[in-house]
Design a binder for this molecule. Structure first.
Ligand code: BGC
Length: 270
């Protein structure tokens, strides 16, 4: 570990001050180094179109290229967010990338490709961690629900700062439908819904989620959250509902933060 990439943390342990975050989506693979003291991108984000077919090897090579575009010491860990549930780095099922991802051990694959310490997480979980560490839910105790509205609905549940991974609340069955097929940003677009019509669907969705989990705070992310004033005021929940603050960078920042925390734990255990 060198002085340039190391810092001291509250618990007295040394750990990286920089980590590289990658957000893998159906159309693009985006990444940047993240300054972990501030949660800001340390350099501009780069994007490479997602290879087609989006097989593990093809995407791994793209991630390797993306990281190589920055000149970073090898002790800078790599966090990668995927639009799928991952259990301890292994993809449980894959809807939005090539089906051959199912069962892949991502840290093993990307560790071979990049030679770095790798952590792989669900994209909404990454966004949730970013909002709790650096964004709209910073320093919020209790149960925080972060929902990302995009092609699907992603969810992250964070309790007193600790992530309960893979909540997958976008797939709750509500009124006989897979919820994200009715209430995602893609559904609004596909069905050409007005903000009011979409807000009704979001109200139904968040109402069910709130009855199940009683969050203390709901953070709404995804690209559409830049237009939050069009629909968040139409929602009536018991918990306060606020827009995400990190928006497009949230997946990158959260994945990087989780990679750094994991690298620090691994170093402490050695
Ligand atoms: C997937 C989640 C993902 C979300 C947002 C859902 O369809 O099941 O794993 O977080 O989309 O990408």
């Amino acid at each position: 570990m060198n002085a340039h990439t190391s810092s001291h943390h509250d618990d007295g342990s040394a750990g990286p001050a920089l980590a590289f975050g990658v957000d893998v989506g159906g159309s693009g693979v985006k990444g940047a180094p993240v300054d972990l003291a501030t949660g800001e991108l340390a350099q501009d984000r780069h994007r490479i179109p997602t290879p087609q077919p989006s097989t593990p090897q093809a995407v791994a090579e793209v991630i390797g290229r993306l990281v190589d575009e920055y000149d970073l010491p090898t002790d800078v860990p790599l966090g990668v967010a995927f639009p799928a549930p991952l259990q301890r780095g292994v993809v449980r099922s894959m809807a939005n990338l090539d089906q051959s991802w199912t069962g892949v051990d991502v840290p093993a694959l990307l560790g071979r490709e990049t030679g770095r310490h790798v952590v792989a997480v669900n994209d909404a979980d990454a966004a949730g961690v970013a909002e709790v560490r650096y964004g709209a839910a910073r320093d919020t105790d209790g149960v925080v629900l972060v929902a990302t509205l995009g092609t699907g609905i992603g969810s992250a549940l964070i309790v007193d700062g600790i992530l309960l991974p893979n909540s997958e609340l976008g797939h709750l069955e509500i009124d006989g439908y897979d919820a994200e097929t009715r209430a995602s940003e893609a559904a609004r677009d596909r069905e050409d819904l007005s903000w009011e019509q979409w807000a009704e669907r979001l109200q139904r969705y968040f109402g069910v989620v709130e009855d199940l989990l009683s969050p203390d705070l709901v953070v709404v992310g995804g690209g559409v959250s830049k237009k939050h004033e069009k629909f968040l005021p139409l929602l009536h929940l018991r918990a306060p509902v606020v827009p995400a603050r990190l928006r497009n960078a949230a997946g990158i920042v959260g994945a990087a933060a989780l990679a750094a925390e994991d690298a620090r734990r691994a170093a402490a255990a050695r």
